[in-house]
Design a protein around this ligand. Structure first.
Ligand code: DC
Length: 217
């Protein structure tokens, strides 16, 4: 069985950067599963400015590789619609097989994969030997998201970013379908007071500790 490292947590907690760096360090493939929900939303938005549930579900079913390369997937607008799409069981079901296949048969013959998202440790790969749940204070996450938007030249207002992040967290955590929550066997990593390098070193330490403690891995 390929090694799976599951990384979950709320938006802007630093999961993406961590997942990418861990994958590079360990020679594993990486899948940003949020991108699947964003691409689904973008595909539906390309057809209608305010897509309904049926259109979002249809978009998830016909999602293909090139859709993940579409421009603008990281925008706040697409993110808001992705969060809506992510609450629909039909969308989640349509995206499940792709994620499981990526974990079971990582591309380029890699020995395993790092998947980051909201439900990797709880739903997509519940048997993953290493699970991290990355958190940070609302303010730290809003600050990071705000800086990221500014660096991309997107208009950004700190108070609006903070509010938007809280709304999205609430929707992701309170939805009935695969809500955002730590798996029972996840290690919680709080990055509030850590810079990118410190968070990475700490995550690497946790992963190595888990791997040496887990003969399955
Ligand atoms: O991490 P992100 O901001 O790119 O995620 C976009 C949306 O998709 C976010 O509202 C949460 C949702 N999502 C999810 O429900 N399950 C995942 N595994 C990944 C993302």
């Amino acid at each position: 069985m390929p090694l799976v490292v599951a990384i979950d947590g709320p938006s802007a907690a630093g999961k993406g950067t961590l997942a990418r760096r861990l994958a590079a360090e360990l020679g594993l493939a990486h899948l940003d599963t949020g991108l699947l929900y964003r691409a689904t939303a973008a595909l539906a938005l390309a057809e209608r400015a305010a897509p309904d549930d049926a259109l979002l579900e249809a978009a998830a079913r016909r999602l293909a590789g090139p859709d993940l390369l579409r421009a603008g997937l990281r925008s706040e607008h697409v993110g808001r619609w992705a969060s809506r799409a992510a609450a629909l069981p039909g969308v989640r079901a349509a995206l499940l097989a792709f994620q499981r296949r990526f974990a079971a048969e990582p591309p380029e013959g890699r020995a395993g994969a790092v998947l980051d998202g909201r439900d990797i440790g709880t739903v997509i790969c519940p048997d993953a030997p290493v699970k991290l749940y990355v958190v940070a204070s609302d303010e730290a996450r809003a600050r990071r998201r705000h800086e990221e938007l500014q660096s991309r030249g997107e208009p950004a207002n700190y108070a609006a970013v903070l509010q938007d992040l809280r709304d999205r967290d609430r929707r992701d955590s309170e939805r009935a379908a695969a809500p955002l929550k730590p798996a029972e066997d996840a290690v919680v990593l709080d990055t509030t007071d850590l810079d990118v390098e410190q968070a990475f070193q700490e995550a690497l330490r946790i992963v190595r500790e888990r791997l040496s403690a887990n003969p399955k891995a």
